[in-house]
Write a protein that binds this ligand. Structure first.
Ligand SMILES: Nc1nc2c(ncn2[C@@H]2O[C@H](COP(=O)(O)OP(=O)(O)OP(=O)(O)O)[C@@H](O)[C@H]2O)c(=O)[nH]1
Ligand SMILES: [Mg+2]
Ligand SMILES: [Zn+2]
Length: 354
């Protein structure tokens, strides 16, 4: 295997997908996308490439991280003819379109879910990210950045571990390079890391710290509410000088789930396991006798807000599903509506001390 391609993440899986294109084509890995076309890394460097008319016609647009089959004409212009079968993809619901899918990145090994140890740290948002990443069968890790401005880092780590005991959690300070050695394990030749997180959490700063120079533009967060200024505007796949591949992302404003049923199940395994022990297999977790969810909440094994978060995300997924397939059973719809009411009711009861 060509070592230059291997550095880009090439392996026998993509080689298999490329077999039908071998003659006259070369493989490239999409590094960024703009209105006019893409950039792609090839074994001889990064090139600009246009998307073929046929691809456009079929609405087959590549995503950053995709492996593609490229041709080169006599004038030296590269054209993308096909997207090779993806190992995986991380998708969200397209904020612009009602029911469209937006592929954030493809062919990923590890996703860094990054948050800052300030007001950005939000367990409910982390659950959302976890569901999204787990759906794509990508390994998530959680990176808590800006440890320098947090006085109780250990408590925050504990809080995060409580919602996701099986995911590694790291606290770092990207500006001073503290805690970064623990991350080096994820940067290996041919392995692709994607950075996810809100604007201003320090994604680009992390890349600069890894590279040791200002590879990415960074900008201070707003003083009044510590939010970022959406400094990174283009998603970009970067080959790190010390080896490894990283994808920088613009901060995400909206993160709606897309087809993430399995990801949700995995993220809320504790709830799924409790529900499986309810006395009735069709338990609505409402007032039924032998409901383990209710019992769990009452006895403090399951937090009320976590259960609400689960119900909320389930309903959100269902809303997308419903738009996709109007024939989806009314019963299913009813179930989640009821669950929503139920969560409210438990909260009311709790507030009233019942
Ligand atoms: N105190 C502190 N500030 C940090 C740390 N890491 C990053 N910052 C600052 O946070 C601000 C935002 O950093 P960026 O790297 O631009 O954030 P980003 O996640 O790339 O943001 P977008 O590109 O907008 O999505 C900058 O002013 C950084 O200097 C850190 O560890 N500690
Ligand atoms: Mg950035
Ligand atoms: Zn139940």
């Amino acid at each position: 295997m060509d070592p230059a391609l291997r550095k880009l993440g090439w392996n026998s899986f993509f080689g298999e997908g490329f077999r039908e294109y071998v003659l006259g084509y070369e493989p490239g890995r999409v590094s960024s996308i703009n209105k006019n076309g893409c950039k792609a890394h090839t074994k001889s460097g990064e090139v600009r490439a246009r998307i073929s008319g046929k691809q456009r016609q079929d609405c087959l647009y590549p995503a950053v991280g995709d492996w593609v089959a490229l041709s080169r004409d006599n004038a030296g212009t590269y054209t993308i003819h096909a997207i090779l079968t993806r190992k995986n993809k991380i998708s969200r619901k397209d904020a612009g379109r009602a029911t469209g899918e937006q592929v954030i990145a493809a062919n990923i090994d590890v996703a860094f879910i990054m948050t800052s140890l300030n007001r950005d740290l939000n367990m409910r948002r982390l659950e959302r990210y976890l569901a999204l990443v787990r759906q794509s069968e990508v390994d998530p890790i959680i990176v808590l950045n800006k440890s320098d401005i947090c006085t109780d880092v250990d408590a925050r780590i504990k809080e995060v571990k409580a919602i996701t005991p099986d995911v590694p959690v790291y606290a770092i300070c990207a500006t001073e390079g503290i805690g970064m050695e623990a991350l080096s394990l994820y940067f290996q030749e041919g392995k692709t890391v994607v950075l996810l997180g809100s604007s201003g959490v320090g994604k680009s700063t992390l890349i600069n710290a890894l590279e040791g120079f200002e590879r990415q533009k960074v900008c201070e967060v707003r003083e009044d509410d510590s939010r970022g200024r959406h400094t990174t505007t283009v998603r970009e796949l970067i080959l790190l000088e010390k080896g490894g591949i990283i994808i920088d992302n613009p901060g995400m404003r909206e993160l709606q789930l897309w087809n993430a049923g399995e990801g949700l199940k995995n993220t809320f395994r504790d709830i799924e396991e409790l529900a499986a022990q309810c006395k009735f297999s069709d338990c609505q977790h409402e007032t039924e006798p032998g409901c383990m969810i209710q019992k769990g909440i009452k006895e403090g094994m399951l937090s009320q807000v976590r259960f609400e978060s689960y119900v909320k995300l389930q309903r959100e997924l269902l809303a997308v599903e419903r738009k996709k397939s109007p024939e989806l059973k009314a019963a299913e719809r009813k179930k989640w509506k009821k669950l929503g009411h139920m969560a409210e009711e438990i909260r009311n009861r709790k507030e009233r001390g019942i």
